[in-house]
Write a protein that binds this ligand. Structure first.
Ligand code: S5P
Length: 268
């Protein structure tokens, strides 16, 4: 199958190379799964990646969760993910002023050198997007920012009226914005977000699990099929895969549900 068949105008009209890369990988792997690789050791992460990589289209990391992190082991891990055709997405949730966000992409972890995508809150204003674009450009790379427009956790303050709209308005116009994080646990709110975002920018959704409902420490889960039908372009799945007794099978199940939902959404 070709990306244009599955994504239609979303593919044909999209000028952003990272967005096109994502849409292509989804079709190649028949999976919209963004793996939230929330494990705490390099061995645990590497084992997970090896178990699931055929069914996962992007790798989301929290680099500061890793207890035995070294620059060498991380470089090797990222290389494995790239070889398996995954975009690497550091879920840093930047939120400082532009110049500090830019410089926080250097430092010990040097995320600007290995992450293709990164999250940010827009709480400090649009300079965070300019700063992050500079961060990548300082090492000769282009990356994309996913702005948090909604969150999956109960009681989050992004729900205060007006906030999501302001984030979408700023992100839609900014070339460094790859897309938005939407809340996968509330399909109706996600559908509203999709209307505001339009067709060009991506929406990726955490808070999805085959077992729905309230979870640990305020996390909420919705059904991945409903999330995709409501407009999600990538389902972020963590414990549903990495805490499963059989991560390979779990990853395949999430890949299948997401792919079937995408085909249904596209009328195929
Ligand atoms: O609103 C959010 C935004 C994010 S990026 N809610 C989230 O849960 N996330 C991230 O998605 C979170 O940091 C974690 O890495 C992942 C969800 O993991 P799970 O185990 O609950 O599926």
């Amino acid at each position: 199958m070709q990306p244009s068949e599955v994504w239609g105008e979303r593919w044909n009209a999209n000028p952003n190379p990272l967005a096109r890369r994502w849409m292509e990988t989804v079709v190649d792997k028949q999976s919209m799964v963004v793996l939230a690789a929330d494990r705490y050791t390099m061995a645990g992460l590497t084992e997970l990646l090896e178990d699931v990589s055929p069914h996962v289209a992007a790798l989301k990391t929290h680099v500061d969760l890793v207890e035995d992190w070294t620059a060498e082991s991380w470089a090797e891990f990222c290389e494995k993910a790239k070889d398996a055709d995954m975009l690497i997405f550091e879920d840093r949730k930047h939120g400082d002023i532009g110049k500090i966000a830019r410089d926080q992409m250097g430092g010990v972890y040097d995320s600007r050198s290995w992450a293709d995508l990164m999250t940010a809150h827009l709480i400090s204003g649009p300079s965070v997007l300019d700063g992050m674009a500079e961060g990548w450009s300082n090492v000769g790379r282009h990356g994309g920012v996913l702005l948090l427009a909604q969150m999956s956790s109960a009681g989050n303050l992004l729900e205060i009226p007006g906030y999501t709209d302001a984030v979408v308005d700023a992100g839609k116009e900014h070339p460094a914005c790859f897309g938005f994080i939407g809340n996968g646990s509330r399909a109706n709110e996600l559908a509203e977000l999709r209307k505001k975002v339009g067709e060009v920018k991506m929406i990726w959704t955490p808070g999805v699990n085959l077992v729905t409902g309230d979870a640990e420490l305020g996390q909420r889960y919705g059904d991945p099929t409903e999330a995709v039908l409501a407009g999600s372009d990538g389902i972020i799945v963590g414990s549903g895969i990495h805490r499963s007794d059989n991560p390979t099978e779990a990853a395949k199940s999430y890949a299948d549900v997401s792919w079937n939902a995408l085909l249904q959404r596209s009328g195929l």
